[in-house]
Design a protein around this ligand. Structure first.
Ligand code: GLY
Ligand code: MN
Ligand code: MN
Length: 455
């Protein structure tokens, strides 16, 4: 049995570690420690499924729990990457499945050394003796007491050196560096994300084909999950949202037992996780296969807002430009439909649109569905603080919406309509690639797909 993921490429992970090690040398050298975390119990003896830590996985490709990555950048210019992981244990493996063990992991994942996890606390203090700095993902550590653990190791190192050699007097947070590195997806990541997007789009198409008034939201969730897993995904990327009728105005409504009614719009926000990478798609469609007049009017406003944001999803445009463009289109649409009063400038200035559009138009996407990476430039980038310009290789969602709750201020025909349209965009040299367009967004295309399914 092979434990190697079909997308595993040892050189990809080695190259990422080399970049971090180079940066450590540039900072004067030291020791990096990154844990992946422990399994946790859901109830009684029953564990939650383990999900590796994204930073750890980004640098190793290693998916088992109870493992640490240690990287050493020495003053003489040499570097080492060391894995600490669970040892082979035939009795436990009968119950929990095959483990790599240090010997096999050393080769398969391209480390310089690999050791059993129970030697970590002997090994790290020795490495810290003479090291000027300790590096760790302090803001996003998979182990809550990482700072206390580091303190204990430094104390041990000080005792072992008997004051004859230095121990780290600088703690350097790796989070900003790793976040910036992960913001630009390399070709290995792009290929996986394209496939994750494709699988998720197929799931949305299947939900459109299968929906029937009288079903519970949960049964559409089941269709999505089936397509995700049959397509090769390991999991959903986040809790699936299937929201029928008024539920669509609750932004994070979980798929539940609400029954889908003829005449409802259904909002599905669902994505799969493939080899650690998330897709994140929202589609909104009519339960009976035909948009009503008021539903169509609002849908086309959201679609036009998305098109405006997509046209600004290109290199050099600021991260915020797409949001501003979408807000403009949404506000003009709300004015045209008599939902908001005043001029476009007034509506934007006073934010009177906020009850109907209260979230941003996108976020970074990657190993985390709300992926790491600063949205603004900082002094670290050598720039004035401002929104970050987009660059080729960034992946972000484009997801405007409108959510109309009952109100005396709003024509009744629009009450309880919630619409969001969300696609995943890879910024290219020229503009962007919408990786999720395997699921239709045009009203006519949705109605065609649904009528094929209802035949
Ligand atoms: N599915 C979570 C989001 O769209 O941000
Ligand atoms: Mn999203
Ligand atoms: Mn989403």
């Amino acid at each position: 049995m092979s434990l190697v993921s079909p997308v595993h490429d040892v050189h990809v992970y080695q190259a990422r570690r080399t970049r971090v090690l180079q940066w450590m040398h540039d900072q004067g050298g030291g020791v990096t420690v990154i844990p992946t975390g422990e399994p946790s119990l859901r109830n009684a003896t029953n564990p939650h499924p383990f999900r590796f830590d994204s930073q750890f996985y980004y640098l190793t490709g290693f998916t088992e729990p109870t493992a640490w990555l240690v990287m050493v950048a020495r003053a003489d210019g040499t570097s080492e990457s060391i894995l600490f992981c669970q040892p082979k244990d035939p009795d436990t493996e009968i119950w929990d499945g095959v483990r790599w063990g240090p010997e096999a992991a050393l080769v398969a994942f391209g480390f310089d050394q690999a050791h059993p996890i129970d030697t970590l606390s002997d090994w790290v203090p020795k490495a810290l003796v003479g090291a000027p700095a300790v590096f760790a993902p302090l803001h996003r550590a998979a182990v809550a007491d990482l700072p206390m653990q580091l303190q204990r190791w430094i104390t041990t190192a000080r005792q072992q050196s008997r004051g004859m050699r230095e121990v780290p007097n600088r703690w350097i947070d790796l989070t900003p560096l790793l976040s910036r590195q992960r913001l630009i997806k390399d070709s290995h990541e792009q290929a996986i994300m394209r496939q994750a997007a494709h699988i998720a789009a197929q799931g949305h198409c299947e939900a459109m084909r299968q929906v029937k008034p009288g079903q519970a939201e949960r049964s559409l969730e089941a269709e999505l999950l089936r397509v995700f897993l049959q397509g090769g995904a390991q999991d959903t990327a986040y809790e699936t949202i299937v929201a029928t009728g008024a539920n669509a105005c609750v932004l994070h409504h979980r798929a539940g037992h609400s029954v889908i009614k003829d005449g409802d719009l259904i909002l599905i926000d669902a994505g799969c996780e493939l080899h650690g990478y998330a897709s994140d798609i929202t589609r909104t469609f009519p339960a009976n296969g035909r948009f009503s007049g008021p539903q169509a009017a609002l849908y086309d406003i959201v679609l036009a807002a998305q098109a405006a944001a997509v046209s600004l999803t290109r290199p050099g445009a600021s991260f915020n430009a797409g949001h501003e463009a979408a807000v403009n289109v949404l506000c003009q649409g709300l004015i045209d439909e008599g939902i908001l009063k005043g001029s476009l400038a007034e509506v934007i200035e006073t934010r009177s649109y906020h009850p109907f559009y209260m979230h941003r138009t996108g976020h970074w996407l990657g190993l985390d569905v709300h992926d790491v990476g600063p949205y603004r430039l900082t002094e670290l980038d050598g720039e004035e603080p401002d929104w970050r310009p987009l660059e080729p290789g960034m992946v972000l969602t484009v997801e405007p919406g409108l959510y109309i709750r009952p109100s005396d201020q709003v024509p009744e025909k629009f009450w309880n309509i919630g619409i969001r349209i969300e696609d995943d965009a890879l910024v290219t040299d020229q503009g962007c690639e919408l990786m999720t367009r395997g699921a239709p967004v045009e009203r006519a295309a949705i109605e065609d797909l649904m009528s094929a399914g209802m035949r």
